[in-house]
Design a protein around this ligand. Structure first.
Ligand code: PRP
Ligand code: MN
Ligand code: MG
Length: 179
């Protein structure tokens, strides 16, 4: 695994500290209101598990699996629901939990889809926002780290389903994705 990585961008300690800060903001922002965390499978699993444990505010958790299809490795903006929520979100305060916003197309679609179900509110929590995401008009309330547009993996982020289990976020060595 060591050879596949180029450098560490965000350490496990930095991730932990950022969750702690943002969880305190969420506790304050949602005081007196219900909170439903919606994790986007599979990348958001680590973020969800850690964020939820830093929150003092009571919350529920539900999951969606979506797939953006189209050619290539980049998101097309055309999204298909593979697994929908179990919970009815009408009048609920929804906080979508993501590992990374890249083009922002997945979340643009998801926010609109969830808003059409009549929730009280819909906000976004992402551990990483890449520079490209600014091209779409997406209000992201909680951002862990703004990172440049590099090939990053770890802490939920995969390359061909691998490297999700790294406890830090790093860049992949070019020889891995060029082979
Ligand atoms: C990745 C990532 C986000 C999305 C971001 O998920 O976890 O959900 O892409 O891309 P975008 O901003 O360009 O739309 P992916 O579809 O790779 O599925 P995964 O979470 O199972 O890895
Ligand atoms: Mn994902
Ligand atoms: Mg992926």
């Amino acid at each position: 695994m060591g050879d596949d990585l180029e450098k560490v961008l965000v350490t496990e300690e930095q991730i932990k500290a950022r969750h702690e800060e943002l969880a305190a903001e969420i506790d304050a922002d949602y005081a007196g209101r219900d909170l439903l965390l919606v994790g986007v499978l599979k990348g958001a699993v680590m973020v969800m598990a850690d964020l939820a444990r830093w929150l003092h505010h009571p919350c529920e958790m539900d999951w969606m699996a979506v797939s953006s299809y189209g050619a290539g490795t980049t998101s097309s903006g055309v999204v298909r629901i593979l697994k929908d929520l179990d919970i009815d979100i009408k009048d609920r305060n929804v906080l979508i939990v993501e590992d990374v916003i890249d083009s922002g197309l997945t979340l643009s679609w998801l926010v609109n889809n969830l808003k059409s179900r009549g929730p009280a509110s819909v906000e976004i929590y992402t551990m990483v926002r890449k520079a490209l995401a600014f091209k779409v008009d997406l209000a992201v309330k909680y951002v862990g780290f703004d990172l440049p547009d590099e090939f990053i993996v770890g802490y939920g982020l995969d390359y061909a389903e691998k490297y999700r289990n790294l406890s830090f976020i790093g860049t992949l060595a070019p020889h891995v994705y060029n082979r």
